[in-house]
Design a protein around this ligand. Sequence first.
Ligand code: C2E
Ligand code: CA
Ligand code: CA
Length: 733
Amino acid sequence: MNTTLGRIRSAFSSLPARATLVLLTFVSIGIVVMGCVGYLKLDEATRDNAEVRIDRAARAAAAITAGTFAGMFVIERDDTGTPLAIHLSPGLDAAILKTSPKFDSLVEEIAATNQGSANVFCLNRETMLFDRFATTLRNPDGSLARNASLGEAHAAYASLLAGRHYTGEVRVLDRFRLAYLTPMLDSGGTVVGALAVDVGWVDDLVRARTELQSDILISTGLLLFVVTTIGAYLLYRAFRPLRAIGAFAHRVAIGEVDADVPYLGRKDEIGTLAAGMAQVVSMQNKLEQLAYYDQLTGVFNRSRFLRGLDAIFEAREPLSAALLVVDIDGFRGVNEAFGHAAGDALVAQVAAALKAELRPGETLSRIGGNEFAIVTEGRTGAGDVEALAAAVLQRMARPFRLPQAEVQTGCSIGIVLLPANARSTQDAIRNAELALNQAKTGGRGRYCFFTDEMSEAASNRAVTTRALREAIDADELTLHFQPQIRSADFGLFGVEALARWHHATRGDIPPAEFIPIAEESGLIIDLGKVVLNHSCRVARQWLDDGFDFQRISVNVSPTQIRQSDFRAVVVAALEAANLPARYLCLEVTESVFVNHGDRTVLRTVEALRELGVSLSLDDFGTGYSSLGYLNRLPFNQLKIDRSFVTDIDSDEQRKNLLNGMVALGKGLGMQIVAEGAETEAEVVVLCAAGCDAIQGYFFSRPVPVGSLPAEVERVSETARTAFARNGIRLAAS
Ligand code: C2E
Ligand code: CA
Ligand code: CA
């Protein structure tokens, strides 16, 4: 009911409806006024006509009476000649009214002239009634209706009795006649009778008028109806373009632009309006292109992607869908090796390749520099989604031909099934990223479905990150130092500073746990600074104490060394501690140089060498064994990773590898440090292979700063005994 009312109201609030109403109101008022004027005029004319007729009838009757009874009656008239009274000549008795036989022919003549009836009455003084004695009216049986009297009830009675004439309607046999009654007076002025004429039945007289009036009413109504209908239709048609453009504008407003703007090209106001609309549409298209599409690839951008995901979660019935986040592996390498233009070209080609794997209704968005998202609403079963992920991996494993080079990248994929794996857009993205991380940690080129354990681990990581931030701010991190022993004389080669975190409730948290978290969260930059400053201060103290530690090795993370101000950070640490640069050795992992085109890192490393700081290539042999670049790096120390040292005494192949690495390092003039030696046998082999120094649990675990000098004493002693036992001769002795 309400909606119907509302619809009607809104229909009448439309411009065409209002214009139609206004126009029709004026037309209707015009027609009604005309009709009324006609009606009134007709009414007046009818009345005038009746008055004229009755007046003429009265005059004729008076004249005929005077003529018929020559000399007997004198007619009293007003200025216009209308008879007021009929006077008997002096000397005449009122009795003649009844006795003269001429009255019958008189009434006949008057009636014939007037085309109405005529009657003569004489006043009976006893009954005081006017008795009719001559008439043209007849009874139903045809006889003359003489015997009737006119009494008090009659409309004219009072006037006649007072000697005045009467004009008006009088009742006859339940109907009305328009009559004129003239009193008859004797010479003394006494009323003795009356002459009554009429011009017919009143309803007959006004019938024409009534009929005409109803004709006017009907035709006015008809005219109104026709004018309204045709007018409304014409206006409806005239406003059709306006309605169409209005509806189009509405569709544009709700983002549903489909066909061309209607009535474009018309040479009137509608055409102008349509042209304006077309401009709005093209502007909107441009804005939409900017707002929702990635300019490089032409696929949806991140905000459009978020809107799409929102729609999935906001749908009344939870929609099932799958979200795949695809990350191009080694993208940074391409960017750094061949420049950003190559990176852009790769991204564009990847977008096209991914698009080719999609079915209609599945969307592709670029949600980060090298990250894409696929949303499928059709393929939602784990098997279907797996097939899609496998197809994407397969396509991405093939090389891409860029103008600059042909590159083989591959990708990793994190997958989230909706709504099972997420309750909101934010959830879905976070969980997909967790799955993606898992895929990458598992060794790239893989896809990984999200599981609840991942989000648990992530929330643990979030807690740990917060605690680590607090620990760094509160300066709660400490350093342990692990000695490196010279193979030539078992003296101290150097010490490596290793970060330690003792958590108030969780106890000691190993670096293997908190260093990756620091890397991920960026905390490693602050952590690194703290370690560096602390190490320099400790070294200064050792110098002052006369403890001959040779050099202190400090670990530098890849993120840290990529900071443009890293050289300044090192200089500041050295200056603050007043430590000569030659005592400091920075350990940088080989992985930093996997993209050997990274000029910033190379420049930093060179600047550090110029300062006089030593540089050690940490974890050597673990990742990216493209050895060709080694001679271009200004490193003076090679740290062979523990994985090559473990069981070196029993594994021939490993021994060969070690020998190769040692020869390579020596050939480039580097000192060789082997790390992770846990047994005497391993130490013996490492010495024999020509390593300059050995670091490992066999000699010493990392120890707190206070225990270090005593530990070094003990270690040298252990070493001497061990070597003597193995018959190894010291270079010094
Ligand atoms: P890393 O730089 O390779 O450090 C050597 C790691 O090997 C140390 O572990 C050390 O305790 C361990 N190690 C030494 N000899 C042996 C041995 O004979 N057997 C075994 N199993 N392990 C041995 P730690 O202290 O747990 O540190 C682990 C990693 O955490 C370090 O590996 C380094 O990458 C990172 N890290 C530690 N402190 C820092 C720091 O201050 N800054 C940065 N960026 N990374 C750090
Ligand atoms: Ca190290
Ligand atoms: Ca290492």
